[in-house]
Design a protein around this ligand. Structure first.
Ligand code: TMP
Length: 210
C-alpha cells in the first residue's frame, strides 16, 4: 500500500461528495489504512473564519478576484495546518475540494481565467498537488434538485447562483479533465450511490494498491 497519498474529491454542488466521503472513510477503516478525511476549511480556525466571509449570503458585493484570493488564503492555511503534517506522517489524506474547485468555479464559471486563478493558487499550494482526484460528475439539474431535497444542508452564497452558473462550473471541470487527464478520474455520479461507490472503490484499489 502507498503511503502519504493526497486524494481530492471534486464535483459540482449536489454531486454527492459528502455521502461518498463517508463511504470511503468506512472502506479505508475496514482496510486498516491510516488516513485523515478533511475538507476545506476543515475546522481550521483561521480558514473557517475566511470561509464565513466568502459564503456569507449578505456579501453580495464581493468581487470575483477577492473571492478567488480568499479561497486561496483559506486553502493555504488548511494545507499548512492539516494536510502537509498528515502527509509527512505518511497518512492517506482525503480532502473534499481543493484547487480544482477554484479553477472550475472562479477561473471558469466566474470568468477570471483558469490560468490566472492557477497562478494565485501556486503561491498558496507551493507545489502540493493531489496524487489523484476523483471528479464526481453530475448534471446541474440533478445536483440542484439533490440540494433542494437535503434539508440539513446549509444554503450558501454560491448555491444561490442561477443554473447557468452551475452549468459553467461543470464545463469548467470538463476542461480540467482534459488539462489534467493523468490526475483527474471522472466518475458518473448521476447513477445510484452504490454504483458510484463501486467505481470509486476500483479506483482506490488501483491507485493506492489496497
Ligand atoms: P462545499 O459545499 O463543497 O463545502 O463548498 C462550498 C461552496 O464553495 C461550493 O459552492 C463550491 C465553492 N467553492 C469555490 O467556489 N471555490 C473553491 O475554491 C472552493 C473550495 C469551493
Amino acid at each position: 500500500m502507498k503511503k502519504g497519498v493526497f486524494i481530492t474529491l471534486e464535483g459540482p454542488d449536489g454531486s454527492g461528495k459528502s455521502t461518498i466521503i463517508k463511504l470511503v472513510e468506512g472502506y479505508l477503516s475496514e482496510k486498516g489504512i491510516d488516513y485523515i478525511s478533511t475538507r476545506e476549511p476543515g475546522g481550521i480556525n483561521i480558514a473557517e473564519q475566511i470561509r464565513n466571509v466568502i459564503l456569507d449570503k449578505s456579501n453580495t458585493a464581493m468581487d470575483g478576484r477577492c473571492e478567488a484570493l480568499l479561497y486561496a488564503a483559506s486553502r493555504r492555511q488548511h494545507l499548512a495546518e492539516r494536510v502537509i503534517p498528515a502527509l509527512k506522517e505518511g497518512k492517506v489524506v482525503i480532502c473534499d475540494r481543493f484547487v480544482d474547485s477554484s479553477l472550475a468555479y472562479q477561473g471558469y464559471a466566474r470568468g477570471l481565467g483558469i490560468d490566472e486563478v492557477m497562478q494565485i493558487n501556486e503561491f498558496a499550494i507551493e507545489g502540493y498537488m493531489p496524487d489523484f482526484t476523483l471528479y464526481l460528475d453530475v448534471e446541474p439539474e440533478v445536483g440542484l434538485e439533490r440540494i433542494a431535497k437535503n434539508k440539513d444542508r446549509e444554503v450558501n452564497r454560491l448555491d444561490l447562483e442561477k443554473i447557468d452558473f452551475h452549468k459553467r462550473v461543470r464545463e469548467g471541470y470538463f476542461i480540467l479533465l482534459e488539462k489534467y487527464s493523468n490526475r483527474i478520474r471522472k466518475v458518473d455520479a448521476n447513477q445510484p450511490i452504490e454504483k458510484v461507490f463501486d467505481s470509486i472503490k476500483k479506483i482506490l484499489n488501483d491507485e493506492i494498491e489496497l
